[in-house]
Design a binder for this molecule. Sequence first.
Ligand SMILES: Cc1cc2nc3c(=O)[nH]c(=O)nc-3n(C[C@H](O)[C@H](O)[C@H](O)COP(=O)(O)OP(=O)(O)OC[C@H]3O[C@@H](n4cnc5c(N)ncnc54)[C@H](O)[C@@H]3O)c2cc1C
Ligand SMILES: *[C@@H]1O[C@H](CO)[C@@H](O)[C@H](O)[C@H]1NC(C)=O
Ligand SMILES: *[C@@H]1O[C@H](CO)[C@@H](O)[C@H](O)[C@H]1NC(C)=O
Ligand SMILES: *[C@@H]1O[C@H](CO)[C@@H](O)[C@H](O)[C@H]1NC(C)=O
Length: 434
Amino acid sequence: MSPSGINLLALLGSAMTVAASPSHAPAAANLCDLVASQLPGLVSYPGQAVYNASQDGYYTSNERDLSPSCVFRPSETAQVSQFVKLVAQNGARDKSGAYKPLFAVRGGGHTLWSGAANMDGGVTVDMRGMSSLAVSPDQKMVSLGAGGKWSDMYPQLVPYNLTIAGGRVPGIGVAGFALGGGVSFQARRHGWSCDNIYGYEVVLASGEVVYVTSDSYPDLWVALKGGSNNFGIVTRFDVAAFPSTQIWGGTVTYNYTPEVLDAQAKAFSNFMDPKNFDDAAMMGVILGFANPGGFSVSNSLFYLEPTPIPRPTRNSPPSLPRATPTPVTNGTNSLGLTAGESDVTMLDFTIAYNNPADDQMVESQLATVVAQQKKAVQDRGLLIPYIYLNYADKSQDPIGSYGGQAKDKLKAASKKYDPTGMFQKALRGGYKVL
Ligand SMILES: Cc1cc2nc3c(=O)[nH]c(=O)nc-3n(C[C@H](O)[C@H](O)[C@H](O)COP(=O)(O)OP(=O)(O)OC[C@H]3O[C@@H](n4cnc5c(N)ncnc54)[C@H](O)[C@@H]3O)c2cc1C
Ligand SMILES: *[C@@H]1O[C@H](CO)[C@@H](O)[C@H](O)[C@H]1NC(C)=O
Ligand SMILES: *[C@@H]1O[C@H](CO)[C@@H](O)[C@H](O)[C@H]1NC(C)=O
Ligand SMILES: *[C@@H]1O[C@H](CO)[C@@H](O)[C@H](O)[C@H]1NC(C)=O
């Protein structure tokens, strides 16, 4: 073989190496430095104030206990786009060319489980610097920065006598909530929060910024309604605005006795009776247990008018630990629920405890309780297999619960809009479609 032939082979070899895995494939810590050099002032390291604020801003210590190498906090869409391009060009890949886990994206940080929106040793993108609000001239639409909290948005809409379909307690992030579905006080009237989103500004895996509507990208538009963080980093949500001045509501707590629980169950059953359906009314029954304190039974009632529920509700599901009548859907989403079906009841189990050493025990006990409750409902022929992504545990498969057809569409959207699999592999956290 001639010397030039050897050189050619060597060249081809190295060219192929470059194609399969970029030669400058940095570890995540280096991605931090790269982003810091390209986007000065937006990267914060352990011990620094912005890093601390991101860590402190999670709802659970399950998330706070993770330690990203740095926090990237953009304030503009162009910066998010540049970040994604840096990941695409310099992201670490394995031998097959697939990304290694590099970054997490967080909004309000209200997902309970460890690793949903934070990670050990990578870049956590803290979207909370993008928290704007703008009301359209016709007052029918509100544009929300993706890093905002719903509870920061409502007060800004009071002067307009408008509201939006967002979270029901303070602190919940716009993005995670809206991308997973979203149960708002408007749910029984207008459906899921995601049913009421006209447009999304999204940074795709290529770094391209697209505006996604039912006309511009119909498949991606539907995929974003329940498909969570699988398709891009959303930078803005354009949502429907509803006239509203005041709503009525509150929670009443009773001491537990079997009779009280039974009466609550009957009242809830009565409330859910189709002949009592009132789209302004929402009710949840909470069976609580505290140590010390024992059991309690609470009744959360809401009405979309300044006055209380006009029709008194009396009387069930069996001993349901926590239930919220939830919500109608018009089917413009990826959740796989039957459009037009008026009402379903959701069960949600939450455990709060202090000692991280108890994690495994709590998780396995909770899994047992959930399995038993599921069986009890299934045995009565009442189970709807849908699992709500925003209330799901790490161990559950909410996207699988949407059904094969819905999931196939999500897979197709992922392959089309994220052909390199950035949001499947490089993005840590959440539930993957592939
Ligand atoms: C106290 C409390 C009350 C709640 N009340 C309700 C309620 O009334 N109704 C209801 O439906 N749910 C409720 N939830 C559940 C809530 O909807 C979820 O926790 C939701 O994920 C919160 O959104 P977030 O932005 O705060 O979450 P995060 O944990 O920050 O993010 C959730 C997921 O969204 C992804 N994500 C975040 N931002 C972006 C973005 N810009 N682009 C792409 N992906 C992104 C993250 O990567 C992560 O996987 C409640 C939760 C808590 C803790
Ligand atoms: C960030 O938190 C660490 C650990 O709690 C603390 O030592 C440090 O002083 C904090 N930094 C700032 C700028 O507050
Ligand atoms: C909002 O509603 C209140 C009470 O009905 C009314 O007094 C006020 O004029 C309204 N404001 C706007 C901007 O419509
Ligand atoms: C459902 O609601 C959304 C938002 O209001 C709307 O864009 C869509 O057309 C509705 N779909 C149907 C089938 O009515």
